[in-house]
Design a protein around this ligand. Structure first.
Ligand SMILES: Nc1ncnc2c1ncn2[C@@H]1O[C@H](COP(=O)(O)OP(=O)(O)O)[C@@H](O)[C@H]1O
Ligand code: SF4
Ligand SMILES: [Mg+2]
Length: 341
């Protein structure tokens, strides 16, 4: 079990701070270097106990960002700049830079990572009990008998019967597999849970159930959650703060309710206004063009080829994320100028 003092730094300090993080997929074919700039200068913090959401359409870099934070950085992915600071891992600037022994100490116990498609990631030829023993047992200093008792109590929190421990993954429904994955990710009461599209493959009813459980268990164990999903309805229900990504960058961040009430970036406005509403009968106007190729992104603001407000400066310079109202940050020349005026 956790020691209380050594692992509990100052409560006011964010549990996770990402600073100007850059992670590229780098390939070299026949001497031609190609960089896919999937995460390109992202900064944000996650507070203790909050659910921070990240939204953005497919290929905006959400999964790459989570992988990098989790330290799951393997070629061709490379961290080319910036830092990831966890309150429980000072001094390294990220799990990708920490020695293997530190990584082993942190995983599961302080940080767990529910990967995209993870409900299919359980080992198909091993019973669920083995997964708990392999991953969680080394971190919980109790006897095997006591461990089994704790696992059963924990499974009950996710409304799973102890009999699932004897099952192979394929014997469980998708919803049960995902709940088992969440049980595995939370049994060691980590400080931070990274969850990448944890409900996307589930049907709507099961989705609601699983989301409710993530929220409940987070409250119970007092963890912070970094929740990635392209589904804004999920963010509306679950997250405290929300960051919007576009083409490898964070372009807006505020309390979730504030983003829905007062979206400021033209791309966020588009996302919010294109949400289906009850009583809609006219299809909404889409956004012209498509997101840029991250191997050759446009200069300046990456949204400029599609932006109805684009100006000259947008084609030349990258807009900085500025705090335009208390706790509301936006990276847009048009918004930031109108706030200055
Ligand atoms: N293994 C890879 N090699 C090269 N490019 C990749 C690889 N994985 C993802 N990418 C690219 O990185 C960008 C961001 O992808 P991803 O992080 O998966 O976005 P999201 O999770 O928002 O859909 C995309 O352009 C994608 O094509
Ligand atoms: S910086 Fe310019 S191009 Fe980018 S969103 Fe704002 S107005 Fe549009
Ligand atoms: Mg993804």
């Amino acid at each position: 079990m956790k020691t209380m003092q050594a692992d509990r730094p100052d409560a006011a300090q964010p549990i996770l701070a990402v600073r100007d993080l850059r992670a590229y997929f780098r390939t070299d074919r026949f001497g031609v270097r190609r960089d896919v700039r999937a995460v390109d200068g992202i900064s944000f913090t996650v507070r203790r106990g909050e659910i921070y959401g990240l939204a953005g359409e497919s290929s905006s870099g959400k999964t790459t960002l989570l992988k990098t934070i989790a330290g799951a950085v393997r070629p061709p992915l490379e961290v080319v700049g910036g830092e990831v600071d966890f309150a429980f891992l000072p001094g390294y600037g990220g799990l990708h830079r920490a020695p293997a022994a530190e990584v082993a100490r942190i995983r599961w116990r302080h940080l767990s990572y529910i990967m995209q498609g993870s409900m299919n990631a359980l080992n198909p030829v091993r019973r669920l009990r083995s997964a708990f023993v392999d991953f969680a047992y080394p971190h919980i200093g109790v006897s095997r008998k006591q461990f089994e008792r704790e696992v059963i109590v924990h499974l009950a929190r996710l409304r799973l019967d102890p009999s699932v421990l004897a099952a192979y993954p394929h014997e469980l429904s998708g919803g049960m597999r995902q709940r088992a994955t969440i049980a595995l990710a939370t049994i060691c009461r980590p400080d931070v849970i990274l969850a990448d599209e944890p409900t996307t493959a589930l049907d709507v009813v099961v989705q609601k159930e699983v989301l409710g459980m993530i929220s409940g268990i987070r409250r119970e164990i007092g963890a912070s959650v970094l929740l990635v999903t392209h589904d804004l309805a999920v963010h509306a229900h679950l997250t405290d703060r929300l960051g919007i990504m576009y083409a490898g960058r964070l372009i807006e961040e505020a309390a979730t309710a504030e983003i829905f009430r007062n979206p400021l970036h033209p791309y966020t406005r588009h996302l919010i206004s294109s949400l289906p509403r009850i009583g809609d009968d006219v299809p909404r106007e889409g956004l012209a063009g498509s997101p840029p190729n991250l191997a050759d992104p446009p200069p300046g603001c990456r949204f400029h080829p599609r932006c109805p407000l684009a100006m000259d400066v947008c084609r030349r310079e990258v807009p900085a994320m500025l705090e335009i109202a208390p706790a509301h940050r936006v990276a847009c020349f048009a918004v930031n100028r109108s706030a200055e005026a």
